[in-house]
Design a protein around this ligand. Structure first.
Ligand SMILES: Cc1cc2nc3c(=O)[nH]c(=O)nc-3n(C[C@H](O)[C@H](O)[C@H](O)COP(=O)(O)O)c2cc1C
Length: 308
């Protein structure tokens, strides 16, 4: 059997597959379908210092080959989330908490509260949040602000700090390098791409928020390109995501340079997609006689370099 273990900083995962934040809740809806211990990690939804109500409905719309969401990071706040996170410990798989906030202080608060107990394996810092102190622009679009945020969070924890990058920028490698130089142990990408849909009967945007984040198969080629570019620009591991719905998709991301993968919207279509992707990666490795998944990380780059 090929070795599926991978490392993200200090964190060792039994396999490289995890659900993407916001698409798996706290795992409750998926636990009846399969043993959640089979996941490389469980990534919980965006967690903020205080409860967030999220945006007004309509918040979701299906699009060709994907979906738009404008949930607005609805969550019960870190204190209530802590109890839900503790429930996940019985699955004997690392729990990664996605952290969101409107200011550096809010991000700090979430990590400080969670650090009071030793339940979280790693933090994934969502920098696609509106920064109230910078007039509502998102944290993730300015490398200086990303550097400031991660520099402020780094001393709060020794756990693996993952920075989740937004694709809604001109040059994602600039943001990746800023996060790495501030002390990030790993990066995850991509978050959703800003888009919109119009109801032609009502003659108005479908989403109450007007715009939403596009995810699903439609974004896969963009995500793959960004994983390729970012893994050329940094020396820390990358969790690739965006449109993965099969083992073949996951293998593409790993060959492009991702050390691990996350699966979001596909869970809504097929609740057992994550364990199916684990099994499919294993089968792929066996069929080519690889002994470890680590052997194929970035392999497509080596092929290109050999040919040129
Ligand atoms: C309904 C929904 C909620 C999401 N919530 C979060 C969130 O709370 N934090 C975050 O960093 N990303 C969130 N995302 C983004 C996903 O984690 C993922 O980055 C994105 O959907 C791309 O992957 P996919 O195409 O496999 O869905 C959300 C996505 C969806 C569809």
């Amino acid at each position: 059997m090929p070795d599926l273990t991978v490392s993200l900083g200090k964190l060792v995962l039994k396999n490289p597959v995890m659900p993407a934040s916001g698409c798996f809740g706290y795992g409750e809806e998926y636990a009846p379908f399969y043993d959640l211990s089979s996941l490389g990690a469980i990534v919980v939804k965006g967690t903020t210092a205080k409860p967030w109500q999220g945006n007004a409905p309509q918040r979701i719309v299906e699009t060709p080959a994907g979906m738009l969401n404008a949930i607005g990071l609805q969550n019960p706040g870190v204190v209530a989330a802590k109890a839900k996170i503790s429930q996940l410990l019985r699955y004997r798989t690392p729990v990664i908490v996605n952290v969101s906030g409107h200011s550096i202080e809010e991000y700090k608060k979430v990590i400080s509260v969670l650090e009071e107990e030793n339940t979280v394996a790693a933090y994934e810092i969502n920098i696609s949040c509106p920064n109230v102190k910078a007039g509502g622009m998102t944290f993730g679009t300015d490398p200086d602000i990303v550097n400031k945020l991660i520099t402020a969070l780094r001393p709060l924890t020794e756990k693996t700090l993952i920075v989740k990058l937004s694709p809604n920028v001109t040059d994602i490698t600039e943001i990746a390098v800023a996060a790495e130089s501030a002390g990030a142990d790993a990066l995850s990408l991509i978050n959703t791409l800003v888009g919109m849909a119009i109801d032609i009967e009502k003659k108005r945007p479908v989403l109450a928020n007007i715009t939403g984040g596009l995810s699903g198969p439609a974004v896969k080629p963009v995500a793959l390109r960004m994983v390729w570019q970012v893994t050329d620009a940094v020396n820390i591991p990358v969790i690739g995501m965006g449109g993965i719905s099969s083992a073949e998709d996951a293998v593409e991301f790993i060959l492009a340079g991702a050390t691990a993968v996350a699966i979001g919207a596909a869970n809504f279509v097929n609740p057992t997609v994550c364990p199916e992707v684990v099994a499919g990666i294993e089968e792929y490795l066996s069929s080519y006689n690889y002994t470890s998944v680590r052997e194929i990380v970035g392999l497509a780059k080596r092929t290109v370099n050999t040919q040129s």
